[in-house]
Design a protein. Structure first.
Length: 191
């Protein structure tokens, strides 16, 4: 009988250790919206464009194309005007010469807004606390990159970029009532 209690105790302790410490059982997700492998690779591609010289063929060689690059928005002249002129405190002379040339070119001007990112979300911590909804810890890592390229008749006249070279967010959600936390709002009905 004592041997059976010992085996049951060992099994119970093993199960608790397995379930409570096994973060590999927690969900994770990955979002990749870019052929670029890193923020720096995307930045170098945009900085490789020479205003008034680079053209659509050059951009395609660098991997920048609405066909090759997902999440690229093609902007009309009106959308470009709204970005640079609408409700702006900037005067015309404050704008980049390429932007001015684009605004003056009217319908010959197009813009490409490139958005690239690689984001990974991973829930870490205690599996049992996460599973029972007492505590959830989510780590988000990766990078975001945005670029604006203005073209007149297929020739780059302006390029600018921005973004987050390193995303690192830790979100901790604690529910003192665990699985019962969400029952309260479900019981209260509004009429």
């Amino acid at each position: 009988m004592n041997q059976r209690k010992l085996i049951n105790g060992i099994c119970l302790v093993s199960l608790v250790l397995l379930v409570s410490g096994c973060s590999s059982m927690l969900p994770r997700s990955r979002s990749e919206s870019s052929p670029f492998k890193s923020f720096d690779e995307a930045r170098h591609a945009i900085e490789g464009l020479v205003p008034m010289q680079s053209n659509v063929a050059t951009m395609t060689q660098l991997g920048i194309s609405p066909v090759q690059q997902p999440n690229t928005t093609i902007l009309t002249h009106d959308e470009i005007v709204r970005r640079f002129v609408s409700n702006s405190l900037l005067r015309r002379e404050d704008l980049d010469p390429g932007v001015l040339a684009c605004l003056d070119a009217r319908e010959a001007c197009r813009g490409w807004e490139v958005t690239a990112a690689r984001i990974q979300k991973e829930r870490t911590g205690n599996f049992l606390a996460d599973f029972t909804n007492f505590s959830r810890r989510t780590e988000t890592t990766g990078w975001h990159f945005n670029a604006l390229i203005l073209l007149i008749n297929g020739v780059v006249v302006y390029r600018g970029w921005s973004g987050q070279p390193r995303v690192n967010v830790i979100e901790v959600q604690t529910n003192p009532l665990g699985p019962l936390q969400d029952i309260g709002p479900a019981l209260v009905t509004t009429r």
